[in-house]
Ligand binder design. Structure first.
Ligand code: SF4
Ligand code: SF4
Ligand code: SF4
Length: 268
């Protein structure tokens, strides 16, 4: 979808924000926008925003943001309903775009996990795997990150309101990192996912001395093979590499395909 104009016959577009399973940190990031949010609120009719108001609205919506992951059948039905009611559906944050930290449980024995975490888990109904929202319904736009960037939220909303084409950042975190003239942490022996992670955060972590953990998800055409080789040359064990890659991207085939191939070929 490119530059979709929201036709609301001169009325303010109806906007909703919903949360599925998550920590609600992305909605907090939006609430934290303060001045920019007040300005944008004058241009939209924000009818549903759990963090800001207890008001509810049945829809339909011109724009609907969905934060969090689908973890059970009820949430799956809710997401499908939101898709039907929304002209534009936007996945908000890593939980929604890659499965985020919720997907860490993928590939594990769910019954064992339930027993470990809860004494009585008989009431818990959960899907076997956490997937990006786009695997369940069609999604028009995605805002990556854990949490998202408030700046990217405003950029996307402004583009949608004006009919402009939202700009996708199809380059790696390294580009933003080099623009900031940071010293590369890889040269200092750190394991950084910046070369294979989509830009948008402004190289948040490397700019304060921490390696990237990949929360913006894979950059298009990520060279995962070369990243694994670089980590291996720095002495990282396969287990360390797998943990690093899975942190935010356990559901991401782009990141996992090469690891699975190596697991079959070299580690079994
Ligand atoms: S992406 Fe991160 S900050 Fe946003 S809801 Fe999920 S866990 Fe929370
Ligand atoms: S520190 Fe990480 S993000 Fe920055 S240039 Fe090095 S590899 Fe890329
Ligand atoms: S540097 Fe990496 S882990 Fe840190 S916010 Fe950016 S994408 Fe996420």
């Amino acid at each position: 979808m490119e530059g979709k104009i929201i036709s609301t016959e001169n009325k303010k577009p109806v906007v909703a924000l919903y949360g599925l399973t998550c920590c609600a940190g992305c909605q907090l990031e939006i609430l934290d926008l303060e001045d920019e949010l007040l300005d944008i609120l004058g241009k939209i009719n924000l009818v549903q925003f759990r963090m800001g108001s207890s008001a509810k609205h049945p829809g339909p919506y011109d724009i609907c943001f969905v934060e969090g992951s689908v973890t059970n059948e009820e949430e799956l039905a809710q997401l499908k309903e939101l898709r039907k009611k929304s002209k534009i559906l936007i996945a908000l944050g890593a939980c929604a775009t890659t499965g985020g930290v919720n997907a860490l449980r993928n590939g594990r024995n769910i019954e064992e996990l339930k027993q470990t975490v809860y004494s009585d888990a008989s009431h818990l109904r959960t899907l076997p795997e956490i997937l990006p929202l786009k695997e369940h319904v069609s999604i028009d736009y995605e805002l990556q990150g854990c949490p998202i960037s408030g700046e990217e939220f405003i950029e996307l909303l402004t583009a949608l309101l004006t009919g402009a084409t939202p700009q996708e950042k199809n380059y790696a975190v390294c580009v933003e990192c080099r623009i900031k003239e940071n010293v590369c942490l890889m040269k200092e022996g750190e394991l950084c996912l910046g070369p294979i992670t989509r830009a948008g955060c402004g190289a948040r972590c490397p700019s304060v001395g921490f390696p990237c953990e990949g929360c913006w998800g894979p950059v298009p055409q990520a060279n995962v093979t070369s990243e694994i080789e670089m980590f291996s040359q720095k002495g990282a064990s396969f287990d360390t590499v797998v943990r690093k890659f899975r942190m935010f991207n356990a559901s991401s085939e782009d990141f996992m395909k090469e690891l699975k191939r190596r697991l079959n070929i070299e580690w079994l």
